[in-house]
Design a binder for this molecule. Structure first.
Ligand code: TYM
Length: 338
């Protein structure tokens, strides 16, 4: 249930840590675009402060931030309808992040599976920022009093933590100040899997480029990766139940459904009985027809980085009209003298 005293507002972010994947597009960006036209104010963010929780080459970070902005716009996010920002240009994110470092508990952070995955056995050597990451993420959302956050499945635990932080702050200070945010994890592709291994998430950090479709891949690369995607020898089923225990088949059908804005049931009604030799070219054609125009437009936008910088500066100014008063009020609640 969302809180009615708050303006319906969407916030979401993506790390500019190099390369957008089909997972980011289907799990997040596509939903960002559709929410622009619903009854929400929408704020979308390149989370550069999050990216540096692991080492980023400075030049590459700047390039990737602009390229991600180009990816957002090329996918249909309109700077007229949405506020588009990079996190570091809106200092209230980091300022509220500090307060939340003092609200979140060590035990909560220690349970975050993303931290455990990223740190692996190396917990002594990863940055403190990587451990504290989810508190900054909560600040990203709550510094806008955002009510809805569209994300892929892998961010669910972080959004639960965001709710816990909001509730603890409200409780500790005896206020009803931060909303309890609703995660929006919807659609056929909330968890797009690797094309090489149906048990692993599609990820920009996978060493195998064949495991993912990058938003900058050209038509040939997309078609080749789909043709080579791992599958099983059986024909596609006509019913959803037939995809159980067939992770690779399910993944390709989910991708098809999400790209074509159909339900999985409808897709299977059409393609049930087909062999992968027939289905894969259909999927490749669909993927190229949806993705190639985006990568072409991204390249065009990247020819004029100064225009991207202007859009981000304008976004930051608009964002601060929302975040500055919320931060001011937070400081007042906490007892900071101003
Ligand atoms: P990031 O940059 O890893 O991913 C950005 C978005 O893409 C989704 N996603 C996927 N969805 C489906 N299948 C996949 N294989 C896949 N891979 C990625 C992610 O779920 C996410 O929605 N912590 C966040 C960034 C962040 C944020 C925020 C998000 C920082 N502050 C505030 C929302 C609100 C992250 O690392 O996403």
């Amino acid at each position: 249930m969302s809180d009615t005293k708050f303006t319906p507002r969407v916030f979401s972010g993506i790390q500019p840590s190099g390369g957008l994947t089909l997972g980011n597009y289907l799990g997040a960006i596509k939903r960002f675009v559709s929410m622009q036209d619903e009854d929400f104010e929408t704020v979308y963010c390149m989370v550069d402060l999050h990216a540096i929780t692991v080492w980023q080459d400075p030049k590459a970070l700047a390039h990737n931030t602009r390229e991600l902005a180009a990816g957002f716009i090329a996918s249909g996010i309109s700077p007229e309808k949405s506020i588009l920002i990079n996190q570091s240009q809106v200092p209230e994110h980091a300022q509220l992040g500090w307060i939340f470092n003092c609200v979140a508990r060590m035990g909560w952070m220690g349970r975050m599976t993303q931290f455990k995955d990223k740190a692996g056995k190396n917990t002594e050597n990863v940055s403190l920022g990587l451990f504290g990451y989810p508190a900054l993420m909560a600040a990203d959302i709550l510094v806008y009093h955002a009510t809805h956050v569209p994300v892929g499945e892998d961010q669910k635990q972080h959004l639960e933590l965001t709710r816990d932080i909001a509730a603890k702050f409200n409780h500790d200070y005896g206020v009803d100040f931060f909303p309890i945010t609703e995660p929006v994890i919807e659609g056929a592709a909330t968890r797009v899997m690797s094309l090489r291994d149906g048990s692993k998430k599609m990820s920009k950090s996978d060493p195998s480029d064949a495991s993912r479709i990058n938003m900058t891949d050209d038509a040939d690369a997309i078609a080749k990766k789909i043709r080579k995607a791992k599958t099983d020898p059986d024909a596609l089923p006509s019913e959803v139940e037939g995809l159980e225990d067939r992770p690779e088949a399910r993944n390709l059908v989910n991708i098809y459904a999400a790209l074509n804005e159909q339900s999985v049931e409808d897709v299977l009604r059409e393609v049930g009985g087909q062999q992968f030799g027939t289905f894969k070219p259909l999927l490749a054609e669909l993927a190229v027809s949806k993705l190639a125009p985006i990568s072409t437009e991204m390249a065009r936008l990247m020819d004029d980085p100064a225009e991207i910088d202007r859009i981000l500066a304008r976004g930051a100014a608009q964002a601060r009209e929302i975040t500055a008063p919320i931060l001011r009020k937070t400081y007042e609640i906490v007892g900071m003298v101003s």
